[in-house]
Design a protein around this ligand. Structure first.
Ligand SMILES: N[C@@H](CCC(=O)N[C@@H](CS)C(=O)NCC(=O)O)C(=O)O
Length: 211
């Protein structure tokens, strides 16, 4: 059955180099949904303007507007879009799979954000942090993911799920934070599987730090 497409445009408040925003853009593309990008000037502080804080009091992108609904948080937006417009495509078959997906959402919001994504922000935007500790933690996470993905095509097994979409971008772009993926063959094969999906869209590449 075709998804019930919105008559109005879905509007995504985003920053083009944010992996949190890209995961939403990737799902919008996979679902072939029409949407409008509203670029937020993070460097200029637009996310702290009263208008933006009315949409998300945490002052963060992404925020999705769907008619009267304004929804913040990338993983929450993935769940919403899949349920509302996925036509059953991302429906999970068991409580155990639902729970497993939730575990990967927590990983995406936890160690993936505080490790690989933070290392990238350090290099691209100069945010101060203990880069060695952050890179160590990123490698710890990727070792775990590499072991998990050995013998699995996707994070929840044989099929693509929202867990993969939530974890893809900051893994693929980890080298931009000086976290190389050479030691993780299963992880790299998983990235390639996602990149081969019909309607896959990449996040623009950023310069990698010198070795
Ligand atoms: N948990 C949030 C995190 C979003 C987030 O960290 N957004 C960053 C850009 S990647 C942001 O808007 N930062 C604005 C700021 O730090 O002022 C989500 O998943 O959407």
């Amino acid at each position: 059955m075709l998804p019930d497409l919105p008559r109005h445009s879905l509007r995504l408040h985003r920053f083009a180099l944010s992996g949190h925003c890209h995961r939403v853009e990737l799902l919008l593309s996979l679902l072939d949904l029409p949407w409008q990008a509203l670029d937020v000037d993070l460097a200029g502080g637009q996310q702290r303007s009263p208008d933006f804080l009315a949409l998300n009091p945490l002052g963060q992108v992404p925020v999705l507007e769907d008619g009267p609904l304004a929804l913040a948080d990338s993983n929450a937006i993935l769940v919403y879009l899949a349920r509302r417009y996925g036509g059953g495509r991302f429906q999970l078959e068991s409580p155990a799979l639902e729970a497993e997906q939730q575990r990967w959402f927590s990983i995406a919001a936890g160690p993936l954000a505080s490790g690989p994504a933070a290392a990238r922000v350090f290099h691209l935007f100069g945010r101060p942090l203990d880069i060695h500790a952050v890179r160590r933690s990123a490698h710890g996470l990727f070792r775990m993911m590499d072991g998990w993905l050995a013998g699995r095509d996707f994070l929840l097994g044989a099929s693509l799920s929202l867990a993969d979409i939530a974890c893809y971008t900051y893994t693929a772009h980890a080298p931009e934070g000086g976290v190389q993926l050479d030691e993780y063959p299963a992880l790299r094969a998983w990235l390639a599987r996602i990149e081969a999906l019909p309607r896959f869209v990449p996040m623009p590449a950023s310069p990698r730090p010198e070795a």
